[in-house]
Design a protein around this ligand. Structure first.
Ligand code: ZN
Length: 289
């Protein structure tokens, strides 16, 4: 058993990807972080109990409600990473001089970015920091990824994404993602088609040639029968046999838990063999005839 504040799961590519459930320790006597290897738990019992509070992933303040996936309300209002432009990079306002934290903006947003195509629940377009594309695809549960454009900043990558999203989705349908392995897509052909359609990109955004698509696979024994999406505020406790991990979702027999959505939630995690049912045969022997 271990207790702490949930963090986004970490994933390493492989056949299949290997995942860790990470917990931030909230008591000073404990080490900073605990990582639980989830691939070892496939087919075994996993129990996550919400203890009723969140501790802000920036300042550690304890509160009842999580803002922008893991922050307290004051941090949500103050930090540039909680601003609307993080979700909509095409609305970056750094150039207007109104970035909440210009230094953070320089280190995070004013850096080379890539535009990619991925196959999550179907073809989609997205952006990421240069070098972080594989981690991004794993977070989304994509089975294929291909980088197609490079841009000097997050803002310009965001504008290119908007232009491409007129022809292809920029969303993932989580139900489709968690129902089956996505049918393969010819991402190189899709890239060719988009290059012919999208002609109005900024001159500093360039098409990448000669890049090959990458394939990713996930530790999934089987997909859930029911796609109920658990929320720890409501369910308080999620437990059952772990069927798989895909993207930021834990797959149980009776539903799924998006771990990232519960960043900073204080939880108690137990794992191992399922609690055994009372054995009826033994009971019969105790009460013969
Ligand atoms: Zn905070």
């Amino acid at each position: 058993m271990v207790e702490g504040a949930l963090e986004k799961m970490s994933a390493q590519p492989g056949g299949p990807a290997s995942y860790s459930l990470r917990l931030r320790m909230t008591t000073s006597s404990a080490p900073d972080q605990h990582a639980l290897d989830l691939n070892d738990l496939l087919g075994h019992f996993l129990d996550i109990e919400y203890l009723g509070s969140i501790s802000c992933s920036y300042c550690g303040r304890v509160s009842k409600k999580s803002y922008a996936q893991g922050y307290c309300f004051p941090c949500f209002r103050k930090l540039a990473r909680c601003d609307l432009c993080v979700m909509s990079p095409d609305r970056c306002h750094y150039a207007a001089g109104t970035c909440r934290e210009p230094e953070w903006g320089e280190s995070f947003c004013m850096q080379p970015h890539l535009v990619y195509l991925a196959n999550s629940s179907g073809p989609k377009v997205g952006i990421t920091r240069d070098g972080q594309q594989v981690g991004r695809w794993l977070d989304q549960g994509a089975s294929q990824g291909l980088v197609i454009l490079s841009a000097p900043s997050r803002h310009l990558a965001g504008l290119a994404e908007v232009a491409l999203a007129r022809h292809i989705s920029d969303r993932t349908d989580w139900r489709a993602l968690l129902r089956q392995d996505a049918p393969p897509i010819d991402l190189l052909a899709l890239r060719q088609r988009l290059q012919g359609l999208v002609l109005d990109l900024s001159p500093s955004v360039t098409w990448l040639d000669g890049v090959e698509p990458e394939a990713l696979s996930y530790p999934v024994l089987s997909y859930p029968q029911a796609l109920k999406r658990f929320r720890l505020e409501r369910e308080r406790r999620v437990s059952g046999r772990l069927l798989g991990i895909k993207g930021q979702f834990l797959l149980f027999e009776n539903g799924v838990l998006n771990v990232r959505q519960h960043t900073s939630f204080h939880v108690r995690v137990r794992w191992g063999e399922a609690p055994s049912e009372p054995d009826t045969d033994d009971q019969m022997e105790l009460f013969p005839g």
